[in-house]
Each structure stands twice: as C-alpha cells, then as structure tokens.
Design a protein around this ligand. Structure first.
Ligand SMILES: [Zn+2]
Length: 308
C-alpha cells in the first residue's frame, strides 16, 4: 500500500448516528471538497457513504482526483478493523456488515475503517489538546460516553480493540438506573447528555431541550446545579479507578457536552482534586477539535495508516 505523500489529498468519512460527514483534504489540512448527508437506517448507511464519497471525488479536478491515495471511514458501535467488519451499531442499526472491498473497489484506493471514538480520541491526543503528552485520557461526552486512553505514548486498544468504554463503568450500584447495556448505574446513566436532561425533568417535572439547556441555566437554577453536580460526581467516580491505575497527566473532554466549556472542566477538576489522595490530580482540559475530532482524525489516519 503506497503511503500518501505530504501533498496528496485523502478522503475522510465520519458516519454518525444522524449524519454522515465527509471531506477531502490536502496535506496542510485544507478542505478540497466536503459534504454531509443524513444517515439512513441499517446497512443502507454504507450505500450512502459510497455515494457521498463518489460525489466528493467527482468534484475534484481530474489531476487532483488521481492523487487521492487513501481513504478512512470511521464508524460508531463495535468495529473490527482487522476483518474490515462493522460488527454492531445500535444507533444506526446494523450487524455484521462486511465493509471489506466495497469502498476500495468503488473508489479505487485503499480504504481503512476504524472506530469513530478511537480515531477522535487519538486525534485529540496526538494533534489536539493532548499533543506532547504521553499519558492522556480522552473522554468523548455525548449521547453516550466513551473515549481513549494513552499510556506511555501508546494508544491502549485492548485485546479486542475496544478499550475506553468509560460510559459503562458502574458508579451507582445501590440506587442506579438500568443502563441499555444491561448493567445498573453505569456512568452513562448519570452523566451522558441524555441522562442529564432526563434527571433534570425527573427532578423538576419540567421538560428541557437537552443537557445544553441545563448547563445554560446553572447560574440561576439550583435544580440545574444539582443535576450537573451529580453528573460531574459520576464522571469523577468513573475516572477514579482509571486514574489510579494509569496516572494520566491530562484528561481531555470532547464531544457535544464539552461545549459547556470551562464550567464542565472546572467542576470535574475540582471534584477530582477533592477525591484523589494517592494518585496525582490530572489537569482537565477541553478538546481542541470539538465535533470535528472524528473527521480531523480520519483524515490524519488515512494519511498515516496507523493510530500510533
Ligand atoms: Zn452500561
């Protein structure tokens, strides 16, 4: 497989639960063409990825099109990159889709597939808020919660390539809510965007547009403060074991909820400082790429061919 040169464009595709985003970028990160389509349910999502890639490639002048050397498609759920298999996504609703050669044949170039959060977390670690640090925990906070862990300058992937499931670390054993994963009191049941909105409504009887609305009301609404404090507490408890086991110097917060900004990082920093006695307290910072972490990472991955 020929490695793209510094000037060669690459195609990056981020398949999300609601939209598929794609970009062709050059070596400087300049966007040469880009597009977004709604994610159709089930395996039809892969046809939409193919059509979107076709469109972006067709938009390039022929001389540039011929220089697009590699693509990366990042997927939610459980992904088996070695077998090029989209194992399972509860959001989009596919199971055991062989991605294999379908895009390679269609676009006439090598196409890497990877897990979206692994790539987004790797990008924040290597090129974003965590760059220059060897021991970094990245949390992607959104509808669910997961992330990446880098220890000693290496991305931890685990034996099945599925490390970083912070959202399913149980923290409320006695009075916790049932998690869709089947266990009780997982971090996600308290600290995900959906959980924060749900907890606010349960506490006040008032509907809310979402977690961002709850964060926006922190100054004026004691119920919002209580709900967010509970979420921060769950996040800190979930990180507690990870921090003792690996002593990261940095915790990077990304994903939709990170738009809450300093309120979130400050509160988590304070809670970790209160809780930690033996392990050093890591710095808590916001990610630099925001919602673009996946796409930025996919382009970098397409270029390098490795998550080292
Ligand atoms: Zn769970």
């Amino acid at each position: 497989m020929r490695t793209p040169g510094p000037a060669d464009p690459v195609l990056a595709v981020d398949v999300g639960g609601t939209t598929i985003k794609a970009e062709i970028t050059d070596g400087a990160g300049e966007v040469l063409s880009s597009g977004t389509v709604a994610t159709p349910p089930g395996a039809a999502a892969f046809d939409a990825v193919g059509a979107l890639g076709d469109r972006l490639l067709a938009e390039l002048p022929a001389v540039q099109r011929d220089r697009v050397m590699r693509a990366a498609v990042i997927l939610p759920g459980i992904v088996d990159p070695a077998r090029s298999l989209a194992v399972f996504s509860s959001n989009v609703g596919w199971r055991d889709v062989k991605v294999g050669s379908r895009f390679t044949d269609r676009w006439d170039m090598p196409v890497l597939i990877e897990h979206d959060v692994a790539v987004a977390g790797w990008a924040e670690w290597r090129y974003g808020a965590g760059r220059g640090c060897d021991d970094v925990c990245v949390l992607i906070l959104g509808t669910g919660i997961s992330g990446t862990l880098s220890v000693g300058g290496r991305l931890v992937r685990g034996a099945a390539g599925q490390a970083g499931e912070y959202g399913h670390i149980p923290v409320r054993h006695r009075d916790g809510l049932r998690c869709p994963c089947g266990n009780v009191g997982c971090v996600e049941t308290v600290a995900s965007g959906a959980a924060i909105a749900r907890a606010y409504t349960a506490r006040t009887g008032r509907e809310t547009a979402g977690a961002e609305t709850v964060f926006a009301a922190l100054d004026s609404d004691p119920d919002a403060r209580a709900v967010v404090a509970d979420a921060i507490d769950a996040l800190a408890e979930g990180l507690f074991g990870v921090i003792h086991a690996t002593c990261p110097e940095l915790v990077v917060l990304g994903g939709g909820l990170a738009r809450a900004g300093d309120v979130l990082t400050g509160a988590l920093q304070d809670r970790l400082t209160e809780l930690l006695r033996v392990a050093p307290v890591p710095r808590v910072v916001l990610g630099e790429f925001g919602a673009r972490a996946g796409l930025v990472g996919a382009a970098r991955y397409a270029r390098s061919g490795t998550l080292d």
